[in-house]
Design a protein around this ligand. Sequence first.
Ligand code: SF4
Length: 319
Amino acid sequence: MAKLDKGTLALTFKFDCDRFLRFRLASDQERDALGVTADTYKRPGIELIKAAGRRWEADKYQDLINTSDTGEVLFQLEDREDSLLGCKPFKKIENLFEILRGDKPPSAIIEAEFTVPTNITPGLQKAYDDYGLQQVRVRPDILWIRPGGTGAPLIGDLSDTPEYEIHIVDVKMAAEPSLRHFTEVTYYALALATAIEQEGLSGRYAVSAEGTIWPGNHDINAFRNLVLLNQAQGSSDPVSDALDETLIRVPYEVYEVHVKQFFEDRLLRVLQTDIDQASWHVGPKCQLCDYVRFCREKASECDHLSRLAWLGLAQSRAG
Ligand code: SF4
């Protein structure tokens, strides 16, 4: 059964390609009939790049743990060290809503996993109902739980200030987050807000509409030094102040609309399209797509317009 995972959503935004989305949501029979093969293309050294990203992530988790008071950051570690990571990997936390029901939640939870509700928007629910998509679970890197009233925009129509606000934090090695990162974080925020409501926790918690990215930095000690600087300057909450200064806020007014529009329009439209009819155009953006070999071969076979140099998708559609 096909799954709409966060990678499919984020990469559809990155490649801006209906065929990519349709391939990702295809059944095995559809893929076999068309001869589509994924995972045939792997970037050289991709495992090492991923490991570097995971090391940066683990290091930032550790920064947060080490600079916070004991018990303030909830996390679990695997039993064994990972040789590529150089430490024990962080383990997923599966009882998020039980933790949130406690008297006082921690200030942050690392790698908490939850099931994405099917009804984030009516269009998404229709996609689940009509096309039997498999439900997915997601695991934002950090849930930063702050007392309500920070002034951050919150998801939903709230008449009162909630007791707590949950801010999604995604740790990335890239210094400049991309469209893909922004859409992922926005998706997490929308999914968590709906899940919180379904769990009957919306009286106490609200989710910030403004997801955040903890970006890469050439200085691995930047966060710790910032906390020390805030302490020296007399901050009453040096960790929160350091997070405030470090995190990049996602322009939610733009991305919330994009993600909702994806569920309401593109997802259903692409699911309704036959697999060999979804629009496509091979161009520079395809370089890192798993299907690039397949699409290049098809473009040569049918002398596709995308073989013309400098011709973009919009121009090829117009033609
Ligand atoms: S290679 Fe390009 S055209 Fe083909 S599915 Fe991927 S993004 Fe779309």
